[in-house]
Design a binder for this molecule. Sequence first.
Ligand code: ADP
Ligand code: ZN
Ligand code: ZN
Length: 947
Amino acid sequence: MNNLAMPAADLTAVPCAVADVVVNTPVNRAGGYAATSDIFSYEIPPLLQGQIEPGHLVWVPFSGRRLQGIVVGLRSDAPPGVTLRALAELAAAEPVLSAVQLELARWLSQRYLAPLRDCLFIMLPAGVAQRVDVVLSRQGAGPLPDDLSAEQRALLVRLQRNDASQRVLKKENPVWVQSRVLQPLLRRGLVTRRSAVTSPTVRPHVQPLVRLLADPETIRQVLPTLGRRSKQADALEMLARHTPPVLTMDALQKLAGCGPGPLQALADRGSIRIVSAPDTHGRQASLALTPAEADAAVISLRGGEKYQRVLDVLRESAEPLWVGRVLAAANVDMPTLRTLAGAGLIALESVEVMRDPLAGRTFAQQTPPLLTAEQEKAWGAIESVLTAARPANMSSRFFLLFGVTGSGKTEIYLRAIATALAQGQQAIVLVPEIALTPQTIARFAVRFPNRIAVWHSDLSVGERFDTWRRIRRGELPVVIGPRSALFAPLTNVGVIIMDEEHDSSYKEHERQPRYQARAVALRLGQLTGATVILGSATPALETFYAAQRGQLQLLSLHNRVMGHRPGTEGGDVQPLTIELPEVTVVDLRQELRAGNRSILSRALQAALQQTLDAGEQAILFLNRRGNATVVMCRDCGHVEQCTRCELPMTYHGPLAEQEQPVGVELTPQGARRLEQAVLTPFLLCHQCNRRRPVPTTCPACGSVRIRYLGAGTQRIEQAVREQFAQARTLRWDRDTTQHKGAHAEILEQFSNHQANVLIGTQMIAKGLDLPMVTLVGVISADMGLYLPDMRAAEHTFQVLMQVAGRAGRSARGGQVIVQTYTPDHYTVSAASQHDYISFFRRELDYRRQLDYPPLTRLVRLVYSHSNAEQAEAETQRVARLLQGEISRLGMSDVGMIGPAPCFFARLRYRYRWHILVRGRGSDPSAVVRLITLPAGWHIDVDPVNLL
Ligand code: ADP
Ligand code: ZN
Ligand code: ZN
């Protein structure tokens, strides 16, 4: 088709004849990471013109297949030189993505060098982008036209009965859905087609309901007619309806179609009186009951009390009731309901029931507490922006709520949500990990009952799909979830809250797009005009740096509010503040010198004893990520570092069992390498690939007690059990949380005091707020510190502050004991003084010296391959390409680090190598964008994880 050949008038009549579509399949087109590279144009068939908008889900032909795609744009003409194929059909009646979401997807694609397809489909729950039902319905009534084929007639007759999906029809008669039969009917408008966003894997639950239809007067008239046949009832009814209610016996018998027997029976019951009429020779029947009594008697004679009971049950409720409840309450069976429905007194309906992860949990609503002066001040700033008639400019709408643990940040989030809701707006609340923060979720649910959607990664496909639809319909205006909650289909977002904004779970590591939720939240705030609140006690360096530079408004809360005080919840009691728990730093080198070889220092042992004696609870925290093995001097705490990168070098000893290849055929070189690794331990810098032999004496103090470090939660548990008879321990780590619901179980057990010592890794550092926890022990602050990761100090600081925040949440107070080999490290000393600012300054200096973020930006390229040589060679090749582009462009402020093997050098039997591209002023992705990478590579822009 060639639009240019058409007269001008027609061109304007058909303004958008072409749709740009992103299909749901990986495409590898030239153009690399340009956001346009996976867009294909399709002609819109005349039937669909004017019906298709950007955001629609459609079916299109694509290299011999039929695929789903999302319309991302419309145009009047084909791009020059392109022959178009026609788009097949709409897959869903309504657009599945909003204009804002399309824009956000484009931005994600650009920023994270990810295919646009991945950025679009990430916003749809699994159920939507699967098969969609196309439902056919018969249009118009009346006689069928004469010129139809037998099949067409049969189809129309079939559809007259009810609407049916193409899939069902195909089963009933495959001929019906053939286009020679169906198309002419569609064209003539005798049949229409629509699509329903349901999917075979996630069928909605349907619940049958009973609704009361008739008014009392209708019921009074109809009810006596229902039920079994009864001559007595007929006669009584006739008599009662007659005015006056007096008839001769003959007349009544004729009207009721009965003999004298039933009338005599009625007289025996006292319902009627039979008297001899004075003026005639016959006898007369007259009603002995009031009209209401007569009705009741008629109903009773027909066995109609059961109908009465149903109607009584329904009358008590304003809402339709579930069938099962009606059957039980009225003690009736289904035919009874059908009879009532047949008489038009009630309706049997069904509603879709949404699967709701909060279902079955009841939350009593709570009124908000009075704010502290600090909270009041911070809230004032946010409120004035939220309620401003016109959205303020970006940087004044974006807040960093910097408040120590327990300073009442959540209370401010709750107010912000309430204000947004009051203005008819919606809210997104990001939390690090739902499973780890059940207490937080409950607080939101209490304040906004029935308005919260939990966007849980553990949701079943069905739950996720239902939640998506309920959000889309506007039924659930508050969406709480991990990073992907940003993609919930809200239409009018007023506030976006990101709790614990520094948390590393906000960065996607696994799949494209590898986005940082903080950046996406701010972008979404820009696109929607929403207020964005980032909250943390230990903001990410990037975030605090941005606040310092005025890109975010900084609001600080310095004091901890005393929670768990009777009367404060919802009362008008002035809130009290409470000191942060005192932190004691224990030097493990001293312990060793004093002859204490236990994992627990003398100070920690004493404190634990005291806690257990007092009937209180303790948390023991192991700061450990991965199986970090660094070489450390037990006497002076010296850690071997790469002189070039100032990162700890990793110990590669005789291969651990899980690292050894199983059932893998080794090349001769591979075998030699393996042999070397097994026999000769060495130290490796995982950033620049420098190797060194393992020292036998400490370069700093000459001690021979230099060895590698590592202890697990099991060993700690064992130590505690051996030393403390009263200890009832509970472990919270990767091993004990394999199954679904494990987190909640452990938390519950600990909250219920089934255990008094909780031992765990990172997981226990998050949102726990338990009044009986008065001691937190950090087993070794250093372990996480010596990961070869430029953020090791930052992560360690954050986790130390978080875990310290678990102690002393009530008037009982609390203490924290931090064990370390390096008490003088600025991370440990700043954490022990709850001093974020001084940590921030030191750490920023370090980053500045080494040109790390936030002063620069990084893009990480990771390659993995089952063959070690190939992994290295390919990484070297791409490094040369990158270097070539950097020189060609003359970008003096872009540089490359590596290539080197990753810290996790082998994952799932693949060897992993990486390259970092770093930009000082310039965006490093500008260079990476120019290179087309084969399969096996992945790109991570602004990486958080460098391991
Ligand atoms: P954060 O989110 O900063 O860790 P929270 O909002 O969880 O702090 O507050 C800590 C505790 O103090 C909670 O138990 C909370 O209910 C309580 N709290 C917060 N603000 C107030 C207030 N103004 N009055 C009374 N209690 C408060
Ligand atoms: Zn030493
Ligand atoms: Zn190095």
